[in-house]
Design a protein around this ligand. Structure first.
Ligand code: SAM
Length: 296
């Protein structure tokens, strides 16, 4: 099955978003990923940060921040003021605690909100980053238009995400696979088209496929550990089918090894001449057609 068009696999798009937000706020996500919820961890966040090339005290928005590990790291490393925004309010406590622990409480704030309807004024930020989350947004073009709107002219966009090169097998097109950032992953050219259609000049593209392979290997090891503990302690994990998660992880590893799945990073700029859109796009409004299903 080809997943070039976003085809939400549950009837209601709101359910899909809720499903994703709930999973990444759960102990399961921490168990499988650790604190940083994207391949490449803080090392890749550091790479993205360097490519943005911002001054100290720049105002940065981390869209779909999860527990805020990247936001705190960027505030510490580069001296930026970062607002972490995520659909799941549960991350608020973790962000506040991590910021306090790192001594950057004055520079990291959490806001609950939707990437497809950002609660900020036009031109409010010097940069927007979005790590391993654009792939999960049902209305990707709307989210990209929102990134563009909240940036100043000359502002920078940095995205890293799971990439797809060709069609995915059916077992990687489930709701679970959507939540796991796989089912609606785009070719890297697709992310480039989405950003360009929103108005960005994309000036850098990098492939980091190896970090996805490493993360999946780590997840396999962690799953074995979970299975052992569950068996030894005769535990129940409500709502979780370990066999299904293991099977998804195995298929994903195979897709990475065969070059179908990878991880990419894109950096761009909002042109200085850009004006902000006169009409604010609301959720559910598709600003631009989705990019063609062109293997990268
Ligand atoms: C794979 S995690 C990545 C988290 C973080 N960027 C990181 O790299 O550690 C995906 C995150 O996207 C968030 N998310 C999903 N849909 C969203 C939306 N429409 N608006 C804001 N956050 C969303 C989820 O709650 C989850 O925290």
């Amino acid at each position: 099955m080809s997943t070039s068009e976003p085809q939400p696999l549950v009837a209601d798009v709101a359910d899909l978003k809720h499903c994703c937000a709930t999973f990444y706020a759960s102990d399961w996500a921490r168990l499988l990923h650790g604190e940083s919820l994207h391949p490449g961890g803080l090392a890749l966040t550091g790479r993205l940060g360097s490519l943005l090339g911002l001054e100290q005290n720049a105002r940065v928005l981390d869209v779909a921040s999860g527990s805020g590990r990247s936001a705190v790291f960027l505030a510490e490393r580069f001296g930026w003021s970062v607002i972490a925004i995520d659909l799941a309010d549960e991350h608020s406590t973790a962000v506040v605690a991590a910021a306090a622990g790192a001594g950057v409480s004055d520079r990291v704030t959490f806001v609950r909100g939707d990437a497809e309807a950002l609660p900020f004024a036009d031109g409010a930020f010097d940069a927007v980053i979005c790590e391993c989350a654009l792939c999960t947004f049902p209305a990707k073009a709307v989210a990209c238009a929102e990134f563009f709107r909240v940036l100043k002219p000359g502002g920078r966009i940095g995205v890293s995400d799971v990439t797809r090169n060709g069609s995915l097998p059916d077992d990687l097109a489930s709701v679970l696979a959507w939540v796991a950032c796989i089912a609606d992953a785009q070719p890297i050219a697709g992310y480039r088209s989405l950003l360009a259609a929103a108005g960005f000049a994309v000036d850098r593209e990098e492939r980091h496929d190896v970090v996805l392979r490493q993360l999946l290997e780590d997840i396999r090891t962690r799953l074995l550990g979970v299975e052992l503990v569950v068996k030894l302690q005769d535990l129940e994990l409500p709502g979780v089918d370990i066999a299904q998660v293991k099977s998804l992880a195995r298929s994903a590893e195979f897709a990475v090894r065969s070059g179908v799945l990878g991880y990419g990073l894109l950096v761009g700029t909002k042109p200085l001449s850009a004006s902000v859109p006169s009409v604010r796009l609301g959720p559910g409004f598709r600003a631009q057609p989705q990019p063609a299903d062109t293997p990268s």
